[in-house]
Ligand binder design. Structure first.
Ligand SMILES: *Cc1c(COP(=O)(O)O)cnc(C)c1O
Length: 366
C-alpha cells in the first residue's frame, strides 16, 4: 500500500503512512460486474415482505431523530431473545455480523493473543482478527474440506488460541461442522472463546444454538443478510452467555445501532413464516442445482447453505468464470483462498436465475 503525497503547496514533513501491516491484507472484495444474473454474494433472491416495509415506515414517522437511539437496543434484543428462547441479556446486536465478529476480536483478541481458524473458510475471520491486532493461526481442513473432532481438538490444544472460529455451514464449502466437532473444540478450549458463525444457519440441519449454555464459552453469530433478505440493512447479532455480551457492550461504540435499524430488525421477526417459506424454496432449488451440476463435467460439493461449491474438470475455473460473465452470469471465483484453485461458488438464486446459470454453464462446458 503506498501513501500519496499531496500534489502542490504541500507543507514540510512526510505524508502520514498507514499502519505498515495493512499492506499484507488484500482487503475483502467480490468482483462486482454489471451482469443480468448475480449469483456471487449469497444474498436472498427475494426482497423482504412489503408489509415489513410498511410497518417500518409507520414507525419511522413517529421516531425522534433528534434523539440518540436506545443505546442498549432493548426491544430488538428482547425480540431476538424471544426468537431463540433466551433472555435479552444473552443477545448482542451490531451493524452486520461482521461488526459482531469485530467486537468479539476486540473483546477477546488483540496484541499477544491468537485466533484459530480452519481453512478454507470465510476470509473475513482472518481479516478482522488481523485488523484488531490478533495473531491469525490457520489450520487446513482435510482434502474433502472436513474437520474431524480429533483434528480440531488437537489444533486447539497445540495453538492455545484466545478465540476459535468455526463457520457452520462453512463458507465457501457449504458443509456444516458436526456436533461432535463443535463439542470437541469446546472440550479442548481451555480459556478460549468458541465462535460459531452461522450466517447460513437456517439452511442447515442442526445449529450450535442447541449447545449454548451460560456455563460454556460458546457464542453463535447470525445475520439478517442472508435468510432474512436484508443485506442492505447491515444487521447481525450473537447469542451467548451474558458475561460475553457484557464484554461486547464495552467494546462497541456508543449508540452503534441507529433507531431505524433497531426497529427494522425487530419488525422483520414478525415475518419469520415468509422467511421460512423462502428458505424452503431456496433449499429445493439448491438440490435442483446440485443434481444438474452432477450431470456435468464438474466436481460438486453437497451443501447445507444457499450456495454450491463446484470445480470444472475439463477447463480452468478462471476461464469458466470469464465465459459465464460473457453470458451475463456472475458467480464467485474462490481461487484466492488457500487450496481453492479453480473452485467456483454459485449462490442459489430464483428459479429463473438458476436456469439461466445452468444453461450458460452447459454452453461453456460443451
Ligand atoms: C455473508 C456472511 C456473513 C454476513 O456478514 P454481514 O456482515 O452480516 O453481512 C457472515 N459470515 C459469513 C460466513 C458469511 O458468509
Amino acid at each position: 500500500m503506498s501513501s500519496r503525497p499531496p500534489e502542490v503547496g504541500a507543507g514540510a514533513g512526510a505524508w502520514p503512512t498507514p499502519r505498515p501491516d495493512l499492506g499484507l491484507q488484500e482487503g475483502y472484495h467480490s468482483a462486482q460486474v454489471p451482469v443480468a444474473v448475480r449469483l456471487n454474494t449469497n444474498e436472498s433472491p427475494y426482497p423482504p415482505p412489503r408489509e415489513w416495509l410498511e410497518a417500518l415506515m409507520a414507525e419511522a414517522s413517529d421516531m425522534s431523530f433528534n434523539r440518540y437511539p436506545d443505546r442498549s437496543a432493548r426491544a430488538l434484543r428482547l425480540a431476538l431473545g424471544e426468537l431463540h428462547g433466551v433472555p435479552m441479556e444473552s443477545v448482542f446486536a451490531a451493524n452486520g455480523s461482521n461488526e459482531v465478529l469485530q467486537c468479539l476480536c476486540l473483546g477477546y483478541g488483540g496484541p499477544g493473543r491468537r485466533a484459530l481458524m480452519f481453512e478454507p473458510t470465510y476470509a473475513l475471520h482472518a481479516h478482522i482478527a488481523h485488523l484488531t491486532g490478533t495473531e491469525v493461526v490457520r489450520v487446513r481442513r482435510d482434502e474433502g474440506f472436513r474437520l474431524g473432532p480429533r483434528e480440531a481438538a488437537e489444533a486447539v490444544r497445540r495453538e492455545s488460541p484466545s478465540i476459535v472460529f468455526l463457520c457452520s455451514p462453512n463458507n465457501p464449502t457449504g458443509l456444516s461442522e458436526s456436533r461432535a466437532t463443535v463439542q470437541a473444540v469446546l472440550d479442548a478450549a481451555e480459556g478460549a472463546l468458541v465462535v460459531v458463525d452461522e450466517a447460513y444457519g437456517q439452511f442447515a440441519p442442526w445449529s450450535a444454538l442447541e449447545v449454548l449454555s451460560d456455563a460454556l464459552p460458546l457464542v453463535v453469530v447470525r445475520t439478517y443478510s442472508k435468510t432474512w433478505a436484508m443485506a442492505g440493512l447491515r444487521l447481525g447479532y450473537m447469542v451467548g452467555p451474558p458475561a460475553v455480551v457484557q464484554v461486547m457492550e464495552r467494546v462497541a461504540l456508543p449508540y452503534h445501532l441507529d433507531s431505524l435499524k433497531q426497529a427494522a430488525g425487530r419488525l422483520a421477526l414478525r415475518f419469520s413464516s415468509q422467511m421460512e417459506e423462502h428458505v424452503a424454496a431456496i433449499v429445493a432449488e439448491r438440490e435442483r442445482l446440485v443434481e444438474a451440476l452432477r450431470g456435468m463435467p464438474v466436481e460438486v460439493w453437497p451443501s447445507d447453505a444457499n450456495f454450491v461449491l463446484w470445480r470444472p474438470l475439463a477447463k480452468p475455473g478462471a476461464q469458466v468464470w470469464q465465459e459465464l460473465v460473457e453470458r451475463s452470469v456472475l458467480v464467485r471465483d474462490m481461487s484466492t483462498l488457500p487450496g481453492m484453485e479453480g473452485y467456483l461458488r454459485t449462490t442459489v438464486g430464483a428459479p429463473g436465475e438458476n436456469g439461466t446459470f445452468l444453461a450458460a454453464l452447459a454452453q461453456v462446458l460443451a
